[in-house]
Ligand binder design. Structure first.
Ligand code: GLA
Length: 403
């Protein structure tokens, strides 16, 4: 036994010395990365400043978001991270340390993070793998370990890391560098890759980060491309992510971008569909609206605990599109305990009936199952073989089906 072990060790040593194992595998072997940080076992939930406030961030806004997260009931519903997106940065100081813009963040980031923590929430920040952020502020290129150490000293719990001004940089190695820098701090920090799906991060980022954007930016519209030329509607994003479910799982999630619920560009019915689809896809639920000005409908959507429970199902199996007929679609997701969550999606303007069969859910046809409508909050009785609903235009019905 002893002989066998030492011979194996010798073989590995020789293989490393003579380059049988690729250099990358050797270099990474002792580094704690991505999934190994043990975070984001279910998709992260929180709020981010970008979708509503873009570059208009300051400490008052972020403090108020933290306050509202608690007073609205969102914290109780599961939202945890308060994330400052782009444009918080000032210049680097003489030692090269990144500083906030003092006009916007007079008390400094540490005080702000402390405040967020005092509310029982976690604090997130934004940087970029290139020389400049998308808003033109200093990026982390060449300062990765210094920035990670600074974030950890401030008490940062979540880093969103963008991909502007990266020139010829390689995405995988750039994100790996920051992943290693975060790991080196010893602080648990969720790592959110925001590379827009350009180099298919679902193929390589599982051991680097906890979530990765699959597409360009979301716009507050139902479908198609926004006239700004770079952002796109909910359905277009869903179509781009539809085939990626198998890459997601506990600790590593596909990220179809932050929520637009409550930002005013879509109807409440469209926002319910948006939220349902994010939940069935096991997407991060990062609210992007003004938490100080939520309509009752917006609150009912963002705090629908039954839909949130689907998103946060501990199995962490992302849903897939199991059927499509023109503008009608069925999405399904297996749940812990043998049930299924189902979204009946009607992309068209006019209403239509959509039925889901047990065959589409991998259930025997003679199985009797309990059906619940997660938006009406109603049990709609047992069914055998199939169930369905009339779905209004630009809407979704979300059900659970449990044997
Ligand atoms: C990119 C990202 C957005 C946002 C902006 C900030 O467009 O994809 O989510 O962070 O940058 O400038």
């Amino acid at each position: 036994m002893y002989f066998k072990t030492s011979r194996t060790a010798l073989v590995i040593l020789m293989a490393c010395l003579f380059g049988i194992f690729p250099a990358a595998a050797r270099d990474r072997s002792d580094v704690v990365l991505g999934v190994a940080n043990g975070l984001a076992q279910t998709p992260p939930m929180g709020w981010n400043s970008w979708n509503k406030f873009a570059c208009n961030v300051n400490e008052g806004l972020i403090r108020s978001a933290a306050d509202r997260m608690v007073s609205s009931g969102m914290k109780e519903a599961g939202y945890t991270y308060i994330i400052v997106d782009d444009c918080w940065q000032g210049a680097r100081n003489a030692a090269g340390n990144i500083q906030p813009d003092v006009k916007k963040f007079l008390s400094g980031i540490k005080m702000l993070a402390d405040y967020v923590h005092s509310k029982g929430l976690k604090f997130g920040i934004y940087s970029d793998a290139g020389t400049k952020t998308c808003g033109g502020y200093p990026g982390s290129r060449g300062h990765e370990f210094q920035d990670a150490a600074q974030y950890a000293a401030w008490g940062v719990d979540y880093l969103k890391y963008d991909w502007c001004s990266t020139d010829t940089q390689d995405a995988q190695s750039s994100y790996l560098t920051m992943s290693q820098a975060l790991a080196a701090t010893g602080r648990p920090i969720v790592f959110s890759l925001c590379e827009w799906g350009n180099s298919k991060p679902w193929l390589w980022a599982k051991n680097i980060g906890n979530l990765w954007r699959t597409t360009g930016d979301i716009a507050d519209i139902w479908d198609g491309n926004h006239p700004n030329g770079y952002s796109m509607g909910v359905l277009r994003i869903v179509d781009m992510q539809a085939e990626l479910a198998s890459y997601a799982g506990p600790g590593h999630w596909n990220d179809p971008d932050m929520l637009e619920v409550g930002n005013g560009g879509m109807s409440d019915s469209e926002y319910r569909a948006h939220f349902s689809l994010w939940a069935i896809m096991a997407a991060p639920l990062i609210a992007g609206n003004d938490l100080a000005a939520m309509s009752p409908a917006t609150q009912a959507i963002l705090m629908n605990k039954e839909v949130i429970a689907i998103d946060q199902d501990p199995l962490g199996i992302a849903g897939t599109r199991v059927w499509k007929d023109g503008d009608a679609e069925i999405w399904a997701r297996p749940l812990k305990g043998g049930g299924r969550a189902v979204v009946l999606l009607n992309r068209a303007i006019t209403s239509r009936r959509i039925d889901v069969s047990w065959e589409q859910l991998n259930y025997p046809a003679d199985l009797t199952a309990k059906i619940r409508d997660l938006w009406r909050h109603e049990d709609i009785g047992p069914a055998k073989g199939m169930t369905g609903a009339v779905v209004s235009g630009h809407a979704a019905v979300m059900l659970t089906i449990r044997p």
